[in-house]
Design a protein around this ligand. Structure first.
Ligand code: PGA
Length: 265
């Protein structure tokens, strides 16, 4: 894992955007895995700004979102469909037929199962995810893969953890009772097949989950810890999210050396 610790949220968002843009420049057609929540907002703002300056073109990009709540109308302001429209899709030029995101309004179990299989098949049909953006939950989840998710799990219906419902109540006027309790999420195994992952985390409330994911044992109790086995993952942390890391100085030193090498080249 490459672990990059920078001072601020703004800086990690900028570096993440740079990785996305460079990856897009290296290929004709990129398949992006996208995340929602407060963490990627800064990254999306930067991508929108670069798009508006004609620095990046999304017309050949295909996007697969990680997850969506079950039981909300797609137009609900807190559905992830609405989130993506507001923060990214409404501002850039990914053609709508290349935007894949689970629907929030199917609740029939058979239909959900059929959808999940189809989603996995579509990811494969497009050649797999080239670059997956991830946040992390306070319990160490990625996507909505909560503690106990199999590290080989695939896209499926999941139940949100209490800590996730509490954390996400901030988007629902702090009304815990109206936060959906279930979701459709890509599995940990689905995420692990992405060619590259970038996980962003900021804020002190993520420090424990970040330390467990990076330095703890690989365990289904902390689904993000599976990334220790991923061959090409970059973890971008602000100073608060990194504060519980035992080997913080080493990670900073590695990054400093890499930067020096890059400036010499
Ligand atoms: P957040 O959520 O970005 O809103 O903190 C991250 C996550 O739950 O993965």
């Amino acid at each position: 894992m490459e672990i990059i610790v920078l001072e601020t949220y703004h800086e990690i968002s900028q570096v993440a955007a740079e990785i996305v843009v460079r990856s897009m420049q290296q290929t004709e057609k990129i398949v992006l895995g996208l995340a929602t929540g407060s963490t990627p907002v800064g990254l999306y703002q930067e991508l929108v700004a670069r798009y508006k300056k004609n620095e990046v073109d999304f017309s050949n990009a295909v996007t697969f979102n990680l997850d969506e709540y079950v039981g909300l109308e797609p137009e609900h302001p807190q559905s992830y469909n609405s989130f993506m429209e507001q923060h990214l899709f409404g501002e850039i030029n990914v053609p709508i037929k290349q935007q894949y995101i689970p629907p929030s309004n199917i609740s029939n179990l058979k239909e959900i199962d059929r959808f999940c299989l189809w989603y996995e098949e579509e990811i494969q049909r497009h050649g797999g995810i080239d670059l997956q953006i991830l946040g992390i939950g306070v319990d160490g989840h990625i996507g909505f893969n909560e503690s106990s998710s199999s590290l080989q799990s695939r896209t499926r219906l999941t139940t949100l953890a209490r800590s996730t419902i509490e954390a996400n109540a901030k988007f629902f006027d702090r009304q815990i009772d109206v936060v959906p309790k279930m979701s459709i999420t890509m599995g940990v195994g689905t995420i692990m097949e992405a060619k590259r992952c970038i996980l962003l985390a900021n804020g002190e409330n993520k420090a424990k989950a970040v330390a467990n994911a990076i330095e703890g044992p690989i365990t289904a109790s902390v689904p993000a810890s599976a990334l220790q086995m991923h061959p090409n993952t970059t973890i971008l942390l602000d100073a608060s999210a990194a504060k519980n890391l035992k080997h913080l100085e080493y990670y900073k030193w590695v990054y400093q050396n890499k930067r020096e090498l890059e400036t010499q080249m």
